[in-house]
Design a protein around this ligand. Structure first.
Ligand code: PDD
Length: 289
């Protein structure tokens, strides 16, 4: 079942207008959430980012935060999913041709939930390959990467490049050549001094919720971390590399372009991922109390 505007409808009946400005212009926003044991992980943080994205494109979300949470819970219950990945999409809605948002009085609100499919275990033990692609991350003043928008062509073009080089994920540089992020992930690396490094928000990236948790975890574990401006070469000389997002959590990277970083997942990467999983368990326990 799909939650469409105000109710659950069967998948086949979950249809929207060809005049929807989400379809015509990529005008809208979204969030991807992970559900563990029937509980939505970090819902407050995702809701906050959803409202922030909406504000940044001048869109009024047609629901209150608690109504959204209720709708997500209804959707996962209707689909009998305890382990799921949920996508909330809000588009500008249907309206005549033309860019003016006021042509669309009623935003379209959609929740899709899919059963969580485990990534192959080898991805976590052996790590994946990534490519630093030619497609640059959107220039902030043109389209701010902090907006989690439906306008994803920048990332799609990068993904095509990654696929052509048989890589799992594409890493994009920003317009100045600084390392930015993946098409659907943030990136971290451990440098030669053992410092955990990740591109700063000001480079022009999405402020990942997982990314924030990893920085907190680094602090808890007593690891030095640095948010900054890094270059392609920093990746090639890294001791460990990993990518993060809500559904993959912490994914080790063992090759960058043709450079082999290491033979298997790194020690710090595994330590950070274990702590992440503990935090998920603690969250679920606290929720059930
Ligand atoms: N993607 N950067 C980009 C461009 C992203 O699209 C995402 C998330 C992230 C990581 O954010 P978070 O840790 O909050 O999931 C970084 C989601 C998973 C998606 O596109 O479905």
């Amino acid at each position: 079942m799909i939650f469409l505007n105000n109710k659950l409808v069967p998948k086949k009946k979950a249809l929207i207008s060809v005049f929807d400005h989400g379809f015509l212009y990529g005008d809208g926003i979204y969030e991807t959430l992970r559900v563990y044991k029937g509980i939505i992980f970090k819902m407050d943080e995702h809701i906050a980012r959803l409202y922030r994205s909406a504000e940044m494109i001048g869109l009024t979300i047609p629901k209150k935060p608690d109504e959204i949470t209720k709708a997500v819970n209804e959707t996962i219950a209707a689909n009998r999913q305890k382990e799921a990945v949920v996508r909330i999409t809000i588009s500008r809605g249907p309206g005549p041709l033309g860019l003016d948002p006021s042509l669309c009085p009623k935003p379209t609100f959609v929740i899709i939930s899919n059963r969580f499919r485990h990534y192959p275990a080898a991805y976590y033990s052996k790590g994946v390959k990534v490519s630093i692609v030619n497609t640059r991350r959107n220039y902030g003043p043109a389209l701010d990467p902090r907006i989690k928008s439906l306008n994803f062509l920048n990332n799609v073009l990068a993904k095509i490049e990654a696929k052509n080089s048989k890589s799992y994920e594409a890493l994009m540089l920003n317009y100045q050549g600084y390392l930015a992020e993946g098409t659907i992930s943030n990136v971290f690396f451990v440098n030669k001094k053992g410092i955990l490094c990740t591109p700063a928000i000001k480079v022009g990236i999405l402020e990942g919720i997982t990314r924030g948790m990893i920085l907190d975890i680094a602090g808890e574990l007593g690891l030095k971390s640095r948010e900054g401006c890094f270059r392609r070469n920093d990746m090639y000389h890294a001791r460990e590399v990993f990518i993060t997002n809500t559904s993959m959590e912490v994914m080790p990277v063992t090759s960058v372009d043709s450079v082999r970083i290491r033979g298997k997942a790194g020690r710090l990467t595994a330590m950070i991922h274990n702590r992440y999983r503990e935090k998920v368990s603690e969250y679920i326990e606290a929720y059930n109390k």
